[in-house]
Design a protein around this ligand. Structure first.
Ligand code: DCB
Length: 333
């Protein structure tokens, strides 16, 4: 009898140790080691094992201004201390962006290669903003995405975002954005058959319900983006998102802020928490805007903190928004 009891204890202990070791090793795996290649099914993002996932992460500010943070030390800090899954490299076109300064492509490449080495997902964001229409620089977009897809399309961690925030009353979904997207998607798919491609929607990526009336067909692993700023957008925009989801549109929030749509004021904590619980409930991935130290409220660092882009920030380097977002990210969903 005594022997059997010892045996049972022994088995229980071994099982317990195996469980703890298992937990520790999933924790020490990188996001890409855990999830592998991604795919879209219905409205959900699935990992390589077919499990529903929600990626969460941080966006750069415009790479022409804050490209200094697009490096391996910063991304490693964001991975290890903030627990991000995904980094977004925001390549503006104008306001000193890529159309005026081709050298900025290197900041995107630095982001992709650092993310690859660190096992993070990376969103390559063609940051259509002041131009309004993505058609303005379509030729540049086709060239740019051809090169990125041909060079890095084999990696499992690459995500394309082909037009950040189309805007303007003539910039309609069916007449302007969708035809642009179809052309860019067809081009990317010549080199990369399966990585995620995210498409912007009208009105600064708020009209996902309109895209849901006339979605892109014929390609897999396409998602649509919804952007919100918690101080400016609330239930009305969540209702639009729910209408789009009900029609089967897969959504990825590639940019949201805790502030007003201007990037200032706040952080609006209660409103942000309402949004975060909505995103969690629907398993919608999100990326917060943005990593900069210019002193704006949506910036994650306080004015002038980490001027060289080294990472290893102390609590006092973080803005109120930065502290809030870090705390949310460190809590596993
Ligand atoms: C988006 C843009 C993003 C912009 C943020 C905050 O624009 F995708 O680039 O970031 O939201 O406004 C801001 C930076 C500033 C910078 C400025 C100009 O935080 O530091 O000076 O870009 O490059 C939105 C989003 C929503 C709406 C309007 C804009 N909206 N917008 O709902 O009206 O016009 O920029």
């Amino acid at each position: 009898m005594g022997m059997l009891r010892w045996l049972r204890w022994g088995v229980a202990c071994v099982a317990c140790i195996a469980f703890l070791v298992g937990c520790a090793s999933t924790e020490s795996k990188t996001p890409v080691e855990r999830h592998g290649a991604l795919r879209v099914e219905g409205t959900f993002l699935l990992n390589e094992q077919g499990k529903k996932i929600q990626l969460r992460g941080i966006s750069s500010h415009g790479l022409q201004w804050y490209g200094r943070y697009a490096n391996k030390a910063v991304l490693q800090w964001l991975r290890d201390d903030w627990h991000i899954d995904v980094w977004r490299a925001a390549l503006y076109l104008t306001e000193g962006g890529y159309i005026q300064n081709r050298a900025l492509k290197q900041r995107v490449i630095d982001s992709i290669e650092a993310a690859r080495d660190l096992g993070l997902y990376v969103v390559v964001d063609w940051h259509v903003l002041r131009e309004g229409t993505p058609q303005a620089y379509k030729k540049d977009a086709l060239e740019f995405f051809t090169e990125i897809a041909a060079t890095y399309g084999h990696l499992p961690n690459l995500i394309y975002e082909i037009c950040n925030e189309p805007n303007g009353k003539d910039v309609t979904w069916s007449g302007v954005i969708k035809p642009y997207a179809e052309e860019v998607i067809a081009r990317i798919r010549q080199y990369d058959p399966d990585n995620l491609i995210i498409v912007g929607t009208p009105t600064w990526s708020q009209d996902v319900d309109v895209a849901a009336e006339d979605p892109i067909t014929g390609w897999s692993n396409i998602m649509y983006t919804l952007h919100f700023y918690a101080g400016s957008h609330g239930k009305e925009l969540r209702d639009k998102a729910e209408r789009a989801l009900a029609k089967g549109l897969p959504i990825f929030v590639t940019e949201w802020g805790t502030t007003l749509a201007s990037g200032h004021e706040g952080p609006f904590i209660k409103e942000s928490e309402e949004w975060l619980s909505f995103l969690k409930r629907h398993s919608i991935s999100w990326i917060n805007w943005s990593l900069n130290n210019k002193g704006e409220d949506s910036g994650l660092l306080v004015y002038n903190a980490d001027r060289e882009g080294k990472g290893t920030w102390k609590e006092e380097d973080l803005s109120p928004s930065g502290k809030f977002i870090r705390k949310i990210l460190r809590k596993r969903p």
